[in-house]
Design a protein around this ligand. Structure first.
Ligand code: C2G
Length: 133
C-alpha cells in the first residue's frame, strides 16, 4: 500500500483544498492528513481558525480522498511522521515548493500547483464586501 501524507490548516475548507487532497490521494492508495491544531495555528502560524480542530477534522474525515487525520503540533514532526506511518510520498501545494526538500532522504516529495483563484482570505474579503453593500 502506497501511503501519502500532507499537512495543513484547512480552514475554511474550500474546493482548492479538495483539489489538493484529490491529487495527493492520486499519488498513492492511502492519504494521511496532518491537521494543524488550534494551538499550532495560533502559536506558529498566527492563524486564528474559524473552525476548531475537532470541526476541521470532522470535515476532512468526510472527504472521500482522506483515510486518516492526525494532529500537526509542530513544524519538526514531519520526519517522525513519515517514519512512524511508513509514508512513501509527502505532498504539499507549490506555495511550499522547496521548503520540505529535506524529506527527500525519507520519502518522495511532491509539490502540486495550488488552485489559483481561491483562498480563505479571498472568501473572507468577498463576504466582507457583500456585507458592506
Ligand atoms: N491549497 C491549494 N490551493 C489553494 C489553497 C490551498 O492547493 N487555493 C493547498 C496548500 O498549498 C496546502 C493545503 O492546500 O498544501 C492546505 O492549505 P493551508 O490550510 O493553507 O495549509 P498551510 O497553512 O499552508 O499549512 O506544515 C505545513 C503547514 O501545516 C501547511
Amino acid at each position: 500500500m502506497k501511503k501519502v501524507i500532507t499537512y495543513g490548516t484547512f480552514d475554511l475548507l474550500h474546493y482548492g483544498h479538495v483539489n489538493l487532497l484529490r491529487r495527493a490521494k492520486e499519488q498513492g492508495d492511502y492519504l494521511i492528513v496532518a491537521l494543524s491544531t488550534d494551538e499550532f495555528n495560533w502559536n506558529q502560524k498566527q492563524k486564528k481558525c474559524y473552525f476548531s480542530y475537532e470541526k476541521r477534522k470532522q470535515l476532512l474525515e468526510a472527504i472521500r480522498y482522506v483515510d486518516l487525520v492526525i494532529p500537526e503540533e509542530a513544524w519538526d514532526q514531519k520526519v517522525s511522521d513519515v517514519q512512524e506511518f511508513k509514508v512513501d510520498v509527502f505532498v504539499m501545494g507549490d506555495d511550499w515548493k522547496g521548503k520540505f526538500d529535506f524529506l527527500k532522504d525519507y520519502c518522495e516529495v511532491v509539490y502540486l500547483p495550488r488552485t489559483p483563484e481561491i483562498s480563505t482570505t479571498q472568501i473572507k474579503e468577498n463576504l466582507r464586501q457583500k456585507n458592506d453593500k
